[in-house]
Structure formats: structure tokens, C-alpha cells
Design a protein around this ligand. Structure first.
Ligand code: ACO
Length: 332
């Protein structure tokens, strides 16, 4: 018999420093009107001083421990979708493990950019269903603001920092909260979004200057790819879940651009009130954006629990991850 999975808790953490669109006009040639009209973004939260992606991840993980009351030593795995890490190694997951005392957890990071949380859900689900784990903690955390070219107006206005976490456990009743997960990758579109790692040959081999690590993006291509493919992928995943589209209460998409979210809403014929967006406040927080949107919408009463939902993310790769879930009362 298939082991049923419970989404036991979801939490998030964002930095307190806020940068508005008007603030950005002090360093680049842009306007609040351009950014709002093209993206829906009004503000973003960014790290300051010595704060790090790991710190945000630890805070989000601690909220999960508090909410779920899980014995921290019973966590079998910590998986961290983290594209912009504090260190190449140790992994973000190991650093979070040390901070929360999850001494029995195996830990690793994954790189699937903004689809990372859904990829981690797919892996966590497989670990539990196979009997390899009972409790899997997912912590998506990225410090994108540290890897932006703040003179490039085509990218720097789009992102913010944040962390989102989710605890998967063996269900204590018969309900399976993850009805379907669908992960896709189309590496042939890898040039759409890139963050090259500055590594150069030894200067004795050839003279060179060290470059910084910056996000580079072909925004229009990403836009076209997502608007064309995501609705199809969402429909496929819903079909796989055994539910009908009309039985899905909420659509919780990756927060990259409000126009993309509205296009999805129209194409999938969702009631706008059931499509969750908070890009206005946080911009694109990479793999953390879906849990941040989910938790805040529950806290603000926009999502009423229990509910069914489709979570769908897309990002560099190109990668796409979609999950059809049941959200229980008390997970936030
Ligand atoms: N302020 C003012 N003007 C700007 C800005 C800015 N911040 N950025 C670009 N412009 C200018 C351009 O230079 C261009 O000027 P020109 O016509 O004189 O050349 C004009 O505005 C139009 O630019 P476009 O690129 O055509 O604008 P577009 O409507 O395509 O919007 C955007 C750009 C917002 C990036 C959009 O394409 C988009 O959101 N794409 C999807 C991005 C996305 O989803 N990324 C996901 C990343 S996920 C991950 O894995 C990291």
C-alpha cells in the first residue's frame, strides 16, 4: 500500500530591509510606473549587513519546528533548494542542520532555480513513499540580491530575498496531501536565465580579471516559454492527480511577473480571487516564492483551509515543477 504523506507545516522568513521602486530610481534609469506596469512589483525585501540566505533558512526552519512540534532528531532529511548559497560548500542544508540540531538528518542542496521547492517536494515524497524517510524538511532560501548587477535595470528590479520551508511527514491518517508531482526540464533553453560562476584559469595560464557572479536573463524568451507551456503542464499534472480542474480551489504560482500570473489565470479559467499573488511586496524570491505566497495568503484569509491547490514553479534550466496538493487546517 502506498504510504500517505502529510504536509505538516509551511513557513517563511524575509529580511526586514525594504527597497521600493522609487528607491531604485536613485541608482538606475527606471520608474515605479514601468516596474509596476510590466511586473506588478512595488517593493522587495533584501538582506543587509551580515544577514545571509542560511540565516533566513534557519528562521523558516525554526518556525516549522515550532508549528509542527516535531522532535527535531526525528528529521531524516533536510533538502535545500538554494541557487545562491552562502558557500559552495558546506551545503545550505548542512548549515541549517547544525543550527537547528537535526542531528540524524542527511542533508543536501538542489539547484532547480525557482522550481526548486517543487523539485524538493518530488524528492521528499519519493523518499517517504519508498520507506527511506518518515520526516523530510524542505528549506528553499536564496539571496538573489547579492548576485544582481545593480546597474542592469532589466534584471535588478525583478528580484528579492526570502526563504520558505515545508515539512513532509508520514500521514497520521489515510489522507495523502500530495496527489501528484510533475517535474520537467528543458535544458535546451538554458541560455534564457543564467548565473555564471566566476571561475577563471590560473593567471599563469592566461592573464585575466576576476568577474562577479550576476544573473543574466532573456526576459522576453522566459515570458513566452512560461505563458505557452505552463498552462499545459498544470493541466497535465491535475489530470495525473485524479482531480478535475473544477475541484482545485487555489492556484499558487511562482511569483516572477504579475502579467504571467494573470495570463495563467485566464488560460486556466481560474477565478482571480483564487489565484494567489504577493509579488507586489516581495518581487521574485526564487524557490521561496511559492511557500511565501501560500503562508501569507492563509494568514491574510485569502486561502481558506482545508483546500486543494496547484503549486507551480518555473525557473532557470529551464525547469518546471507542478504539484497538486491538499492543504490541511493548522499547517500555517
Ligand atoms: N525600467 C525602465 N525601462 C526598462 C527597464 C526598467 N527596469 N527594464 C527594461 N526597460 C526598457 C528596455 O530597455 C526596453 O527599452 P527599448 O524599447 O528602448 O529597448 C523597454 O523597457 C522594453 O523592454 P522589454 O524587455 O521589451 O520589456 P518587457 O515588456 O519584455 O518586460 C520583463 C521585461 C519584465 C523582464 C518581462 O520580459 C518578464 O517579466 N519576463 C519574465 C521574467 C521571468 O519570469 N523571469 C523568471 C526568472 S526565474 C529564475 O529562475 C531566476
Amino acid at each position: 500500500m502506498s504510504i500517505p504523506i502529510k504536509i505538516a507545516a509551511v513557513a517563511f522568513q524575509v529580511p526586514s530591509t525594504v527597497i521600493t521602486n522609487d528607491d531604485l530610481t536613485k541608482i538606475i534609469d527606471t520608474s515605479d510606473e514601468w516596474i509596476k506596469t510590466r511586473t506588478g512589483i512595488e517593493r522587495r525585501h533584501v538582506l543587509s549587513g551580515n544577514e545571509s540566505a542560511v540565516d533566513m533558512g534557519i528562521m523558516a526552519a525554526k518556525k516549522i519546528l515550532e508549528k509542527s512540534k516535531i522532535d527535531v532528531e526525528s528529521i531524516d532529511y533536510i533538502i535545500a533548494p538554494a541557487s545562491v548559497e552562502t558557500h559552495a560548500y558546506p551545503s545550505t542544508a548542512c548549515e541549517i542542520q547544525a543550527a537547528i540540531g537535526a542531528v540524524n538528518a542527511a542533508c543536501f542542496d538542489i539547484t532547480a532555480a525557482c522550481s526548486g521547492l517543487i523539485y524538493a517536494m518530488g524528492i521528499g515524497r519519493a523518499l517517504i513513499k519508498s520507506g527511506m524517510a518518515k520526516n523530510v524538511l524542505l528549506v528553499a532560501t536564496d539571496a538573489v540580491s547579492r548576485c544582481l548587477d545593480w546597474t542592469d535595470r532589466t534584471t535588478c528590479v525583478l528580484f528579492g530575498d526570502g526563504a520558505g520551508a515545508m515539512l513532509l511527514t508520514v500521514s497520521d491518517d489515510e489522507q495523502d496531501d500530495i496527489l501528484a508531482v510533475d517535474l520537467k526540464a528543458e535544458g535546451q533553453y538554458g541560455n534564457f536565465i543564467k548565473m555564471p560562476i566566476p571561475g577563471k584559469n590560473c593567471p599563469l595560464v592566461e592573464p585575466n580579471e576576476q568577474e562577479k557572479m550576476f544573473v543574466k536573463m532573456e526576459g522576453k524568451e522566459v515570458y513566452k516559454y512560461v505563458v505557452t507551456n505552463l498552462p499545459v503542464y498544470v493541466e497535465e499534472c491535475v489530470a495525473k492527480s485524479g482531480l478535475k480542474m473544477s475541484e482545485i480551489d487555489y492556484l499558487i504560482p511562482h511569483q516572477a511577473n504579475l502579467r504571467i500570473i494573470e495570463a495563467l489565470e485566464k488560460r486556466l479559467e481560474f477565478n482571480p480571487e483564487h489565484v494567489i499573488s504577493n509579488i507586489q511586496e516581495y518581487a521574485n524570491t526564487s524557490a521561496a516564492s511559492i511557500p511565501i505566497a501560500l503562508v501569507e495568503a492563509v494568514q491574510q484569509g485569502k486561502i481558506k483551509l482545508p483546500a486543494t491547490a496547484v503549486l507551480t514553479g518555473f525557473g532557470a534550466g529551464m525547469t518546471v515543477g507542478t504539484a497538486v496538493v491538499r492543504l490541511r487546517e493548522g499547517i500555517v
